[in-house]
Design a protein around this ligand. Structure first.
Ligand SMILES: Nc1ncnc2c1ncn2[C@@H]1O[C@H](COP(=O)(O)OP(=O)(O)O)[C@@H](O)[C@H]1O
Ligand SMILES: [Mg+2]
Length: 161
């Protein structure tokens, strides 16, 4: 199940993230994908707002994993440094992917096998004022999440197969 939107501004990307964040619950897995500067961090900041996290999200690129407590726990991961991430996962990080925790992952393709199958993948493409955001849901929970997200009256996207 796919749903596509265009975002005209960083503010809109942030608001989209916030709308998704407001729907998330423990156990959910959201992947952010796209080139440098595509809008992943901007969207992630919105997710933090939607989860009622009081501090701004910072980049997990060097830390690998940042933890926040809002309405629920959030682990924000970045697998860019793949070998370091593998080490951390083997040392027990994966045990923390539980029903009380939302996981938000950048560079997820480098840690695919560690993540739940039921996940909402969000691909950011395009530049300047032509920016596409494509959501792909791959399981019952992520499809329900995407359906709930899509009914928001303040933005309109399109479903495709
Ligand atoms: N529609 C848009 N959505 C998101 N970012 C945008 C948009 N238009 C312009 N920008 C700019 O693009 C950059 C996106 O950066 P960032 O979110 O850090 O990307 P990433 O985390 O994918 O590397 C920011 O400087 C932002 O102001
Ligand atoms: Mg970023």
């Amino acid at each position: 199940m796919k749903y596509s939107l265009t975002s005209a501004s960083p503010e809109m990307t942030r608001r989209l993230g916030e709308a998704l964040g407001a729907l998330l619950k423990g156990g959910d897995c959201v992947l952010l994908d796209g080139e440098l500067g595509a809008g992943k961090t901007t969207f992630g900041g919105g997710v933090g707002l939607g989860l009622e996290i009081k501090e701004p999200l910072t980049s997990p690129t060097y830390l690998l994993c940042c933890e926040y407590i809002g309405r629920t726990r959030l682990l924000h991961l970045d697998a860019y440094f793949e070998e370091r991430m593998d080490g951390l996962l083997c040392e027990g990080l994966v045990e923390r992917f539980d029903r009380e925790t939302v996981i938000l992952v950048e560079w997820a393709r480098k840690m695919q096998e560690w993540l739940p199958q039921d996940r909402l993948e969000i691909m950011f493409t395009g530049w300047a004022d032509d920016r596409q955001i494509v959501f792909t849901a791959s399981g019952a929970r992520s499809q329900a999440l995407l359906t709930a997200f899509s009914v928001n009256p303040s933005f309109s996207g399109a479903f495709s197969s």
